[in-house]
Each structure stands twice: as structure tokens, then as C-alpha cells.
Write a protein that binds this ligand. Sequence first.
Ligand code: CMP
Length: 138
Amino acid sequence: RTDRTFTMIKPDAVANGHIGAILDQIFKSGFKPVAFKYTYLTPELAGKFYEVHKERPFYADLVKFMSSGPIVAAILEKDNAVADFRKLIGATDPSKAEAGTIRQLFAKSIDANAVHGSDSDENADIEGSFFFSAYERF
Ligand code: CMP
């Protein structure tokens, strides 16, 4: 099966009207959609999604931010999806992101950093399963 990653367009980028521009850049870079939804994370769901960061100092702010407005969640397919997607989005801190990356273009801060991208194949699977049923991930 072709490699997969999971992404969210975060509340800042949705609120600022960047869904179209970000998806355009993703598709032009060769990622194919497997599953998509426009949805919301409650604080409880955001807390669960980011549970691995529970002990980190930024956890509370991250959960608050990620439940502050609608998001787009998607599973994407491409050879070498996880690594290529992380290259496309750029560094977590947008002030350190390379020119032309999605975060350099659209992100404002380390929390409001426009997009999420899975950091491993295993997490891509876990995160995709968090939002989508088995039949949607076929
Ligand atoms: P994301 O890839 O969605 O995964 C965890 C998020 O925590 C990360 O993007 C950032 O938006 C946010 N975050 C805030 N502070 C930090 C930090 N110091 N290091 C890593 N992630 C951080």
C-alpha cells in the first residue's frame, strides 16, 4: 500500500481563510486524499489527540488552541508520505521554517502553526484512526 500521513489544518489557518491555498499546495506536491473532514475538536478530544504531550509545559495552551475553532482533518497518500509532508510544512516553529513551506507562509506562532503532520508511520495510523472509521481508511 502507498505510504500515508495524517494532517490537520489548524484553527488559525481555517479562521484566516487558508484552507484552499494549503490544500492546493498539498495536492500540487503529489499528496492524494484518502479521507477528509471539516470538523471540531472539543477540549476533551484535543486533550486525547495530544495525550503524548500531556506532561509538556505547552499542553494546556495547545489543547485550548486546538479546540478554539473548526479544523480540517485528512489522511493523505504518497510515497514516503510522513517525511515528505514534514518537509512540505516546515519546522514546528514557523520563525524557523524554510521559505516556501506551509508554516513559513501561513503560520503565526508555535501553537498557531497552521498545520499538523504525523511524525511516524505508526502515529499516522493512530491519528488517522482517531478521526476516521475503518471503512473510510480502506
Ligand atoms: P504539532 O505538530 O501539531 O504537535 C504538537 C504541537 O504542540 C506542535 O505542532 C505545536 O503546535 C505545539 N507546540 C507548542 N509548543 C511547542 C514546543 N515547545 N515544542 C513542540 N511543539 C510545541
